[in-house]
Design a protein around this ligand. Structure first.
Ligand SMILES: C[S@@+](CC[C@H](N)C(=O)[O-])C[C@H]1O[C@@H](n2cnc3c(N)ncnc32)[C@H](O)[C@@H]1O
Length: 233
């Protein structure tokens, strides 16, 4: 199946992640927009930063990327664009059609697909990215790490941004703006480095390194090796 066919096939059943509020913010390049829990906790979504060029903190991620890169939940695509400029083979995927279009407008390749859809090059990506809290996608990080093990090449790298605090939560959230607008509920998760390390070892990923810059935390995980009998085939 070609990349174009994959994209076309999934367009019909694709709904934007946060609904219209997220699409409008990404289209405009600005918030304010918040991720909200039912108990009143609110996390500002950094739409302006996501829509800008990769910053100094992002550079630390970019320089760790090796070979071909799949940016999962690429948003408006600042990582994909910067990686293309560094001559990596790179593809962004996102369930938001507006985010995908913005990534393409910025000059990188992107497809409107979920990480749980059939993806181009499954099992061959040298590096996969989960930036800006994307370990929360789907609210089930164990399932997400297992899924990404199928997508990433054996012994490949997964670079993950973690919450910069000791947190391990599965939550139902919605997006809200500052004018009383709110989107549908969806499942999300937040993990700090301790929680990610535990889940990584439960799912056969190995923690290679973790680092913090400017109040943001990251981890590099090494993908499971194929079982010995598969290596011999
Ligand atoms: C917290 S934002 C991250 C933004 C992005 N990393 C950036 O640099 O702008 C989460 C992104 O993941 C996308 N997303 C949510 N669920 C997804 C899924 N199942 N597969 C792929 N992308 C998804 C959302 O549409 C959104 O753009």
């Amino acid at each position: 199946m070609t990349m174009a066919e994959l994209g076309a096939g999934s367009r019909l059943r694709r709904l934007d992640w946060y609904g219209d509020l997220y699409s409008e913010a990404i289209r405009a390049g600005r918030g304010p927009l918040f991720l909200c829990r039912s108990d009143g906790w609110m996390l500002p979504l950094e739409i302006e930063r996501w829509c800008a060029d990769a910053d100094e903190v992002d550079q630390e991620v970019l320089r760790r990327c090796r070979g071909s890169v799949l940016d999962i939940g690429c948003g408006p695509g600042r990582f994909a664009v910067a990686l293309r400029a560094r001559r990596h083979e790179v593809l962004g995927i996102d369930v938001s059609a507006v985010a995908v279009q913005r990534t393409r407008d910025n000059g990188a390749e992107a497809l409107c697909l979920s990480v749980y859809d059939r993806l181009p090059g499954e099992g061959s990506w040298n590096t996969t990215l989960l930036m800006d809290g994307n370990i929360g996608i789907g609210g089930d990080p164990t399932a997400l790490l297992r899924r990404i093990a199928d997508i990433t090449a054996p012994d490949g790298l997964l670079l993950v941004e973690v919450a910069n605090m000791d947190v391990d939560e599965r939550v139902t959230v919605h997006v809200a703006d500052s004018n009383g607008g709110r989107g549908d509920h969806f499942a999300w998760a937040r993990l700090g480095i301790e929680a990610l390390s535990r889940l990584a070892s439960d799912t056969d990923w190995r923690l290679d390194e973790h680092w913090q810059v400017d109040g943001r935390g990251f981890a590099a995980l090494r993908a499971p090796s194929p079982p010995q009998h598969e290596k011999r085939r």
